[in-house]
Design a protein around this ligand. Structure first.
Ligand SMILES: [Zn+2]
Length: 142
């Protein structure tokens, strides 16, 4: 039951008494009080309607904000992916060289680089990593 409905109910009770406002001071006061209550009820209903409208506008704003967030964060994700790809998996500290004996691609990792030797798991051969070739060539020019 809303306040307006309660006021209407009391107004009905008041009307049922058949009081004469011209003769009864109490009847006149009750009538005035009922008028005030009716006005309060109407104003409250107006505020409820305004609150509902605010709710709707707030929902619309939230939707807009979350759409903006999606757009902004999507862009950042793409940038992150780009920067990750730049120094990510492709930037690992190993490379492959073919085995000089059997031609199998061998993984040269930090360990093999440190030892300067690669063991081939396919043919069982061992061979030294010869990074000095280039330097030797440069030296021989002199
Ligand atoms: Zn091999």
């Amino acid at each position: 039951m809303t306040i307006s409905e309660k006021v209407a109910y009391i107004q009905g009770l008041y009307d049922g008494l058949g009081l004469d406002e011209k003769k009864s001071g109490e009847a006149r006061i009750l009538s005035e009080v009922l008028d005030v209550l009716r006005e309060v009820g109407q104003q409250l209903e107006g505020m409820d309607a305004a609150m509902d409208q605010f709710d709707e506008e707030l929902d619309t704003l939230e939707d807009t904000v979350s759409e903006l967030e999606d757009a902004v964060f999507d862009d950042e994700d793409e940038e992150d992916e780009e920067s990750c790809g730049f120094g990510g998996e492709d930037g690992e500290d190993f490379f492959e060289i073919p085995c000089p004996t059997c031609g199998e691609d061998l993984l040269v990792d930090d360990e093999a680089l440190a030892a300067g030797v690669v063991d081939c798991p396919v043919c069982g051969g061992k061979f030294a990593l010869s990074f000095e070739d280039g330097e030797d060539g440069a030296d021989s020019d002199e």
